[in-house]
Structure formats: C-alpha cells, structure tokens
Design a protein around this ligand. Sequence first.
Ligand code: NAP
Ligand code: MG
Length: 403
Amino acid sequence: MAKITMKTPLVEMDGDEMTRIIWKMIKDILLTPYIDLNVDYYDLGLKHRNETNDQVTFDSAEATKKYGVAVKCATITPNAERMTEYDLKEMWRSPNGTIRAILDGTVFRTPILVNGITPFIPSWKKPICIARHAYGDVYKNSEMQVKGGSKAELCVTNPDGKEERKLIHDFKGDGVIQGMHNLDNSIESFARSCLNYALDVKQDVWFASKDTISKIYDHRFKDIFNEIFEAEYKEKFAEAGIEYFYTLIDDAVARVIRSEGGYIWACKNYDGDVMSDMIATAFGSLAMMTSVLVSPTGVYEYEAAHGTVQRHYYKHLKGEKTSTNSVATLFAWTGALRKRGELDNTPDLCDFADKLERATIQTIEDGVMTGDLELLSTLPNKQKVDTETFLVEINKRLQKLMA
Ligand code: NAP
Ligand code: MG
C-alpha cells in the first residue's frame, strides 16, 4: 500500500524522559509504516534546550506560527534537582509557558472516554472540554498584610497624572488585601480562541464568572465575550447549529454536574485551574487527557496533559519493563495530523487519524491496556500489557482498519 503523503510540514517538538521513549515508539510502530511523515523537527529535550540556550524552544514556536500546526512531547520544567541532573547553564523556563506566550493561546483540555472506565458522574456521556484563560487575575496579584487602624485604598495614576482612588477598607483590626488585574486584549484573545475552537469541534461554549458580585471586573469579561460573540460569531454559530451561553459560575457548576457533557466550558484563570483537575479526576485519569493550545489567529499545538512520567523512565533506564499509557500522546499526534489534513485538504490524513484513534479505543475496549487503566477498568477480561506491547496491539487493529 502506498504511504499517505503530507503537503505541509507538521512542526514536531520532541521531549523528555518516558514520553520521549513513547514518542519514538509511536512513530516507529504506528506512524512511519503508513505515512510519509513531513515534519519540521525541533528537539525540546532538556539537554538540547540547554545546549541552545533555549533558542530551540523559541524557534519551534516561530515554526508553529509559520506552518500552523505542531505536536509536542512532554518536557521537563527544570527545578533545583534538574540543574544538577542535567548540569544546566540556567534554570530554563517552562517550554509550555514560552510557547504559550509567543502564540498567545488558550489551552483546551479534553478527556478521552472508553467503555469500561466510567466517569464518577453517572450522567456524563460525552467529554467536557475545559478552556482556561491563562493570563492574570490572582496569578499576577500583589498582596499585603494590613495592620488594624490602617486605611486601604485602590489608587490608579492616569496617563495625565491624575489619581483616582477607591476605598478598599477601613481596618479596625489586622487583615489582608490583594490587588489584581487583567487586560482587555488578553480577554479578547481568550474569547476568540474559545469561539474559534467551538466552531472547529462543533460544540457549544459555556462561559461563567461572578459578575453579580464583581460588577466591574468579572462584568468586563462577560461584556467582552458578549461583544465579540455578537459582532463576529453569532451567524457562524447559527450556521454550525451551536450556541454560546453565559451564566453565573455557581450555576455553571451545578449545570455541569447534571449535564451529559459534550461542550466547551470556558473558565477564568482560577476557575480553570481548579475545575480542570476536578474534570480530569472525575473522568478517570490524567493519562487519558488531551490538550491543545489554540491561538486567536488559529494556530494549533497538540500535546498530552500529563508530564514526562519520570518514575517510569527511571525504571526503563534500569532495564525494567514499564506499562506507561501512551494514549494522550498518541491522540496529540492524531489531533495534529487531522488538523494538518483539514488545512491542507488531504482527507487521507484525516481518515488515518480517525482510524488510529478508533484502533486505540478498540484495543482498550478489547481489554488490552496499560497498568494505570487496568486499575480503573470494570471490564471482566482485562489484561495489563507493557508500553510497547500496547502499541503493537493497537497496530494489529489499525492494520485491519486500513486494509
Ligand atoms: P507526570 O509525568 O504527569 O506523572 C505523575 C504520575 O502520574 C506518574 O508518576 C504516574 O503515576 C502517573 N502518570 C502520568 N502520566 C502517565 C502515563 N502516561 N501512564 C501511566 N501513568 C502516568 O508528572 P510529574 O511526575 O509531576 O512530572 C514529571 C516531569 O514532567 C516534571 O519534570 C515536570 O516538569 C514535567 N511536566 C511536563 C508537562 C508538559 O510538558 N506538558 C506537564 C506536567 C509536568 P505512577 O508513578 O504512580 O505510575
Ligand atoms: Mg491546578
């Protein structure tokens, strides 16, 4: 059978530890036998980031802007221990942070559902995708302890030098205060990323904040979303048969729990931080969570939501067999290949991505799975396999689908 060809390069960002091992296995076992891979390769492994003074991370993000689609392996974010382990010149910043800053994107996280692994919420039948705003609020705050008898005010010096003040509190006893901000630009990008992604995957968008209490701050988020939706998206949404709807965050939480799933839940920074852990856990496993960064201009970077699975890597280095789940990394590849196929108008590539996903889910539903899933699965005849065998089993099913 002739291999599938690719018109435009896909930006490939290699990574670290166990996920780097899995990355190569996925390419060798499941991709290169079927596709004439056309990639623009960047090695984001920590060793090479250190050698290039992290230039490679910047270059990979610029390439993503140029070509429009990237797939990224999990990477180490260095800490003190990694400084010695890798003999680093500097404590390089998180690659995800660097790439997100360059692409100005929003991260969408979606669980992969399979029979046998039931969400803790019985009504959930379809995935719930969380979109988290990744700028500002409490993450860029300024806070202080305040002594009793103090008066705390918000003070803004306008461009003309005039001061505007508002009382926060007249403190009778000791207490605390906090100042935070956000930017119209960033909220606009967030809104466009969410609304574009919704059109892409044909799902409703829910957005929620606490505008009844925060009548200026949270209300600004509500207004910006609404203005952008009305001006740029209303008709496109109607054509696609999907909806945008705004509600209060507490109402959203209640609705989410009672829902069937199958929509995008856009969250302010803090809400997204908390709710994405809740959603991942309630759906079953972090190793089954995919992640895609979407820029407001429509550039896509796909990855797994988990890290480099360091503990498994050390076992692997000792020559022991591991049973590491490759599903999220595999779905990062299929997501990127499908998007590349859509943009290039090469349906063979999209079809391949669909079949590879189907083969993966079929493998798990046939009872063949890695250790983490075996612990969760309710299937009667389940079998734990090692990292490589799992991919070989997927390939057996993929071969049949491709025949
Ligand atoms: P992690 O790699 O996500 O792993 C945490 C634990 O979760 C693992 O030890 C394992 O549990 C389980 N797990 C996660 N993914 C799994 C998979 N695919 N298959 C089976 N089990 C899985 O997080 P971490 O250990 O906190 O971080 C390791 C490194 O990853 C750090 O250097 C961090 O900077 C980096 N990181 C990168 C990204 C990214 O690039 N997007 C995200 C997060 C973390 P058991 O050991 O109990 O089996
Ligand atoms: Mg968190």
